[in-house]
Design a protein around this ligand. Structure first.
Ligand code: ZN
Length: 440
């Protein structure tokens, strides 16, 4: 932190009830800690500020209730988009700011009138963060072959499914960065434009004045594009336009709000697309979740023999074609030892929070067991076999089960390979794929 302790400065600002100083230092602390969100919340007897780091909320500071109102009012006034006197309904604002460490950020803020007063939550977009290369995201094994193959196709749709905070924006930008070359024209329709990338023609959607995703795509076809990205498909019109663009020789990237690649098939049908249209345009559907990475500095092996999640994990490979599995293990660089540790001895790596030599709190993860995050990826490659099943009217579930037999890597399988490699834990993986079990 450039030698300056902004957290102490924040504490000091709270003691002085200096709202401007509180905001400046709070933003700086959060951005420097790599937080994605800031929560400013009143409770019954006091207020607190929490920040979300690597997907998990942490309490940063508490402060007395008497300065809460001025904190919220100050933000509302500064944003220029919220009414300070309106305290009964939620309000939204988008503002740009600069931290004390000179980092440009965008904030997407929302207030919520809770029973104790208004809460303010801010999503941070750190514009100084570089777009990682696709190779750095943790896409491994057959998934890696699939994505690189599809990025070379001249037409069709590549769709990403997403729950919020899943990392899809980063992956989408990394894909665009990969295909970004002088000889192709790339147009994007975004809401909001989170990263400005040189070489791309990026447009901000304005649905309030009729510039919607669907209208953007329609007009975009006259901009002589090769590749188009449309922020989100949430209605039939946008889906129709995306399919039409794909059918007329364009590569189209987009996202859809579902939990898995199989669920996406159902979602697309619910938007009135016919199976033949899906088969004719969809190249690849991918899903992603970010899980916490085990701290390399303090990790130790532990037995998970009695953990029910271990049984689930082994079960998920039951129908995996033997040859495909062998190839997958090989291409991920998993050693015989790593495989034995997991399969025969039920051993996995977890953080211990303790320094391996000194025995005191691990300085790398601060005793939290985890450091940073890694993506779990699921890719449904629309092979001829899957397309035939879809045309025969098979359900999304049946199509998925055939794909899994053939060796499709879903979020769960990708997670397990990453557990075997000591990158993450059963708890992390099943926190994201547990939906599957709650149905049972
Ligand atoms: Zn550690």
């Amino acid at each position: 932190m450039n030698g300056i302790d902004y957290k102490s400065k924040l504490d000091e600002a709270i003691l002085q009830s200096d709202v401007v100083k509180i905001f400046d230092n709070l933003l700086t602390v959060a951005v420097e800690a790599g937080a994605s969100d800031i929560h400013i919340e009143p409770l019954e007897n006091y207020c607190r500020i929490r920040i979300r780091i690597d997907g998990i909320l942490e309490e940063l500071v508490q402060y007395p209730k008497n300065i809460h109102e001025s904190i919220i009012s100050k933000f509302k006034i500064e944003s220029g988009q919220m009414r300070p006197d309106e305290k009964r309904v939620p309000q939204d604002a988008r503002v740009s700011s600069v931290t004390l460490t000179n980092k440009e950020i965008d904030l997407r803020a929302n207030t919520l009138p809770s029973v104790w007063w208004e809460c303010l939550v801010m999503r941070i977009v750190d514009k100084s963060k570089k777009i990682p290369k696709l190779e750095e995201l943790g896409i491994e094994g057959s998934n890696k072959n699939i994505i690189f193959r599809h990025l070379k196709y001249p037409n069709g749709i590549i769709l990403m499914t997403w729950p919020t905070g899943s990392g899809k924006t980063t992956t989408l930008y990394a894909c665009l960065d990969y295909v970004n070359k002088t000889e192709v024209n790339i147009i994007t329709y975004e809401d909001p434009v989170e990263n400005k990338m040189p070489g791309l023609n990026q447009a901000q959607i304005r649905s309030d004045i009729g510039f919607t995703f669907a209208n953007g795509l329609r007009g975009g076809l006259r901009q002589d594009p090769d590749i188009m990205m449309v922020g989100e498909i949430r209605d039939r019109e946008t889906l129709d336009m995306a399919m039409e663009s794909a059918m007329t020789g364009h590569l189209v990237f987009s996202t859809v709000h579902t939990n898995s690649s199989a669920e996406t098939i159902t979602r697309v049908y619910n938007l009135w697309a016919q199976p033949y249209m899906l088969v004719g345009t969809f190249n690849l559907v991918m899903a992603e979740r970010l899980v916490r990475r085990v701290c390399d500095h303090c990790k130790i092996q532990t037995s998970v023999k009695d953990d029910p999640q271990y049984i689930y994990a082994r079960e998920s490979f039951r129908n995996f074609d033997k040859e495909a599995l062998k190839k997958e293990i090989l291409s991920r660089g998993i050693s015989q030892q790593q495989r034995n540790d997991f399969v025969n001895n039920a051993l996995i790596y977890v953080g211990s929070g303790k320094d391996p030599i000194m025995g005191d709190k691990c300085a790398v993860c601060g005793g939290s067991w985890y450091k940073g995050r890694v993506g779990l990826f699921e890719m449904m490659d629309y092979t001829d076999e899957l397309k035939t099943l879809l045309l025969e009217g098979k359900s999304a579930f049946e199509v998925e089960s055939v794909a899994l037999q053939r060796g499709m890597i879903n979020l769960e399988r990708d997670g397990i390979f990453k557990i075997i490699k000591g990158m993450t834990t059963l708890d992390e993986v099943y926190r994201y794929v547990k939906a599957k079990f709650s149905k049972e």
